[in-house]
Design a protein around this ligand. Sequence first.
Ligand SMILES: Nc1nc2c([nH]c(=O)n2[C@H]2C[C@H](O)[C@@H](COP(=O)(O)OP(=O)(O)OP(=O)(O)O)O2)c(=O)[nH]1
Length: 125
Amino acid sequence: MSVVNVAVAVIKISGRILIAKRAEHQHQGGLWEFPGGKIEDDESVENALRRECFEELDIFPTRIEPLTIIEHQYTDKSVRLKVCLITDYLGVPMGKEGQPLVWCPISSLNNYDFPKANQAILGLI
Ligand SMILES: Nc1nc2c([nH]c(=O)n2[C@H]2C[C@H](O)[C@@H](COP(=O)(O)OP(=O)(O)OP(=O)(O)O)O2)c(=O)[nH]1
């Protein structure tokens, strides 16, 4: 099974993390996620994050640092999540694709259902 490279943004401001709900029709639909999406050919992780943050949230990250890389095999798909921490951005986040957004305190993240691969991220933030 080929591996899909995904850029994932942990957007952290004042102890809260911005999470979004995946649409039902998507892979891992109905679960909460950190914003992001597939990295295109010849695209850096940072540029993929900038593109996805604008497309999905209408913001421009200005401070990005690598956090971790997670490989996970779902039954139907293999993903490599290239996770970065974003601690500053320009603009005001909005769910441009209609996705619900929540600024979740770190201590409350375990109240939300995330895809399996995200468990390893939750332990780092
Ligand atoms: N964005 C994001 N994707 C995640 C997370 N956890 C996780 O397992 N994934 C998986 C689900 C998907 O298989 C893949 C991301 O693909 P995607 O469908 O969001 O990417 P995309 O927007 O570029 O894709 P598309 O709808 O345009 O086809 O990574 C997460 O926290 N954030």
